[in-house]
Design a protein around this ligand. Structure first.
Ligand code: FAD
Length: 470
């Protein structure tokens, strides 16, 4: 690697392949919600995706399961997320509720987009943004065709990393609390246990995982002490999978690398795959239920939890989370805990809301500062590091995307700036199309709710890793 620079002569005329009402960049959970949300309002929507399939981290990152974002046992992400979940189940009726098959997730997302009238453009990546004053005039894409352009009246950035906003010069934050680093990246993979080839009497990988859980953690700790793995993670994080003989691992941990630095992202893939090889060797060697295990799948790319957080006209903080703050222009309601995998190495903070509490994301968190025709429909919204760690899970991100798509269509149809949309009316419209948002009550505070569940996970529990983390 060098630090030199070199001049280039890029073409000054490139094909303008599309002229649409709304461009959604990125087809992850946020982009799926945004594209469908906009198209259902009758506007012309183009969804541009880097891969040849939809789903983002749900498919390309093979993250699993869809975390619960529930209130009193009921899902808060009624709307496009629930439709996606139900369509996934229709492809795999034997699947568990929120544990899903990533291949079915690809098909289900594509079905819903096509049915809504979304035009999908795969294998294209946003490479450049042409800005005129406070508006994005057109977006330049890179594909096997070289450079091409798309014009759109309103753009929704659903790239996860806020690529469009960044290229347009939007302000952003990046980093954790008292650290310049964001949450670590994790390459997810799955192992097939082939239990029928062993002498063990486990009926499923889930049963084996429960019975041998302590041994798995013990051998991992020993391997760390013996220098057999460089993984800074405190434990082995595993989940059951759709296939009953398979376990899903969310346990590699690459710290202090940036997903928005191309070279560091490449290094992260290499480091994560090294950690994956190490853990497979350790488990096969030292844990009976893994003796015959084979590699079932490795995610197409390393999972990215956090990068840029694009600043908007509103900003939600850890303090707001702690107070369970509600907003009259709420676009999403969240109960999922603060879930911070240490940006610097070992440890995970899980901080739950009190029983019965929730907090909300207001419309302003997706209205990008200084740009009149750009919204964020993705994890990279205007919140601090702690709140990001909570709202980033797939169900609320899909809901935020749905709100962004709905707002983009409104801005186009009314010929107004995204900042001119009445957030209270948007909230009402989202409720009218089935989103589980409640009436705004400014007197509502979490202290008035049933106390008792307020906790930061205890040291012992943390060491054992017996909690859900994403
Ligand atoms: C390791 C890991 C484990 C997780 N575990 C869970 C879990 O168990 N449950 C849960 O609910 N959530 C989990 N999450 C969180 C969740 O997966 C993400 O926060 C969520 O997917 C974010 O959705 P998104 O649409 O904002 O971005 P993404 O899912 O990242 O999707 C972005 C999409 O945009 C595309 N894209 C990016 N840049 C460009 C570009 N320049 N041009 C065109 N396309 C582009 C990408 O290819 C991708 O398809 C996990 C995340 C990670 C990393």
């Amino acid at each position: 690697m060098t630090t030199e620079t070199i001049s280039v002569n890029l073409p000054n005329q490139i094909p303008l392949t599309h002229n649409v009402d709304v461009l959604v960049a990125g087809g992850g959970p946020g982009g799926i919600g945004a594209a469908i949300g906009a198209a259902r309002k009758g506007v012309k929507v183009l969804l541009v995706e880097h891969y040849g399939f939809l789903g983002g981290m749900a498919t390309a990152g093979e993250v699993n399961p869809f975390m619960n974002n529930h209130h009193e046992g009921k899902p808060l992400d009624t709307g496009i997320f629930t439709e996606w979940l139900n369509r996934i189940k229709s492809y795999n009726p034997d699947g568990f509720d929120r544990i899903f098959d990533p291949h079915c997730a690809r098909l289900a997302a594509e079905d819903l987009c096509l049915e809504a009238g979304v035009e999908i453009l795969y294998h294209h990546r946003v490479a450049h943004v042409e800005r005129k004053g406070s508006r994005i005039d057109h977006v330049v894409l890179h594909s096997k065709s070289g450079l091409t352009a798309v014009k759109a009246n309103i753009i929704v950035d659903s790239t996860g990393d806020g690529d469009v906003a960044f290229l347009a010069g939007a302000p952003f934050e990046m980093g954790g609390e008292n650290t310049p680093y964001v949450q670590p990246m994790t390459l997810c993979f799955k192992l097939k246990l082939n239990l029928s080839e062993t002498n063990l009497n486990y009926k499923s990988a889930g049963e084996a995982f429960k019975k041998e859980y302590d041994l798995i953690q013990e051998v991992y700790q020993k391997a760390k002490v013996n220098g057999e793995t460089d993984n800074p993670r405190e434990n082995v994080l595993m989940f059951t999978a759709v296939n009953k003989d398979v376990l899903h691992f969310n346990t590699t941990r690459v710290i202090k690398k940036s997903s928005v630095n191309g070279i560091q992202l490449s290094e992260a893939e290499l480091e994560a795959r090294k950690q994956m090889r190490e853990i497979i060797t350790i488990l096969r060697r030292d844990v009976p239920c893994f003796e015959k295990a084979t590699l079932y799948s490795v995610a197409p790319q390393i999972g990215i939890r956090e990068s840029r957080r694009i600043l908007g006209s509103a900003y939600v903080t850890r303090e707001d989370y702690t107070k369970g703050k509600a907003f009259p222009d709420a676009i999403a309601r969240v109960t999922y805990p603060i879930d911070i995998h240490s940006p610097n190495g070992t440890g995970t903070e899980i901080t739950h809301l009190p029983k019965g509490a929730w907090y909300e994301i207001p419309y302003g968190c997706i209205v990008v500062k200084g740009l009149d025709n750009l919204l964020i429909g993705s994890r990279c919204i205007s919140v601090d590091h702690a709140v990001h760690s909570s709202m980033r899970v797939m169900p609320p991100v899909c809901s935020i995307g749905q709100a962004a798509g709905t707002a983009a269509a409104i801005a186009h149809q009314q010929n107004i700036k995204t900042s001119e949309i009445d957030g209270i009316k948007l909230n009402a419209e989202l409720k009218s199309i089935g989103r589980n948002l409640t009436e705004y009550d400014p007197t509502r505070e979490w202290e008035t709710m049933e106390p008792g569940d307020w906790k930061t996970i205890g040291k012992k529990e943390k060491a054992l890793g017996k909690f859900m983390s994403s």
